[in-house]
Design a protein around this ligand. Sequence first.
Ligand code: SAM
Length: 449
Amino acid sequence: MSLLSGSAEEADEHTGKGLYLETYGCQMNMADSELILGSLAAHGYTPVESPEQAEVVLLNTCAIREHAEQRVAQRVRQLIAQRRDGLRVKIGLAGCMAQNHRDRLLESIPGLDFVVGPDGYRRLGELLAADEPVVDVKLDRRETYEDIAPRRGEGVRAWLTIMRGCDRRCTFCIVPSVRGRERSLPASVLLADLQRIAEQGYKEVILLGQTVNAYSHEGVDFGELLRRAASVEGIERIRYTSPHPADMNDSAIAALSETPKVSPYLHLPLQSGSDAVLTAMGRGHSVDEYRTLVCTLREAVPDLALSTDIIVGYPGESEADFEATSAFMEEMAYDHAFLFKYSRRDGTHAAKLAETVGEEEKGARLQRLIAEQEERSGRVNQATVGTVTEVLVESPAKRQKDWLAGKNPQFKTVVFEPAGARIGDIVSVRVEAAGPHTLRGKQVDSPKS
Ligand code: SAM
């Protein structure tokens, strides 16, 4: 969970109507919250730092797993219970959980004022003016919000949504039904926004989409968009998430290897290392095709860091399927992995299947993969000790006084003893120690920007 809002001074001095926003879930939701802030600015709303300062309290939600929805339901009930009598504070839900449960939410959460899905944000200003509880969950396959400027947060890194929705039909996934069909923004709009991002001083951009590499607009594919994005001066690094393995075509791979600004880091969801499970999930590729893709990528980009998503306990996942996942993760030598227990989502194809792996067994499988990945990440990171890596400095280090922290091109967190570096600089750091989550070192040159 994160809180998206303006600075403390802005909150104290806010002149418009106060908007308190909490964001749950993926980076697309974070970017959507920036869009909501941008859209509501035109209606006189300014972000505030606490629900007590707000006229509107909005939770931008996630539906990907049941647990994510339960947390939000609990939080919104708590906020409604805290609403002081007599105050006209409106409380509402936006995003994927809102879309998933729609008007049923008004019944199940008494006191809720509004429910708005991912394609309803441009109407939010009007919804907030309504006297009655309102629901806007119309999906619109043309909605890209290309004319709405997001209100981006502070920092060295900006998000840029390049496509919305998902046309894949992974059997476990609720995203296609809550975010609708795939649609891409025009390259000209994205490049103009990138120009603004550069002018605002951001050094890195993360291109976002549910299947980001399915980007396609009037003959411009994802690879071509990466090349064009790299021509924007001031943007030093380009990342993207999440690509789908089956959409990782030659154009994208060539752009990765030939465009120095495109970072050598790829988050490539695998879900399972068993062909039987991949087929049951409708992922559209086999284990061997994924292996071949990673070999090609590693040949093209030798210093590539690789991370993945894995689901354990999908209906029908046998002990042997699970062992295949564990072994394949080791073979891939992932730098990092996001590991999940399968969560049944009503409305998906997989919801019709009987669950065959008990909660306890799912937990045990998850714990085993977590332990294996922790050990593997430590080993992979240890191999970087003694090398020099380029760090985009983003903040003071959390634990070490006077040290700084940032990410290297492989998206690893590096904390280091500075020698003149400031936030926003790109500096060379010699790695002196490494754990599974962090590299530590010393700055060895003067800043480059
Ligand atoms: N579009 C990406 C893809 O599948 O290639 C991933 C998007 S999803 C927001 C992030 C991850 O959540 C998925 O890769 C998957 O591992 C996990 N996930 C999605 N649905 C799930 C479910 N029903 N249960 C558990 N994990 C799930």
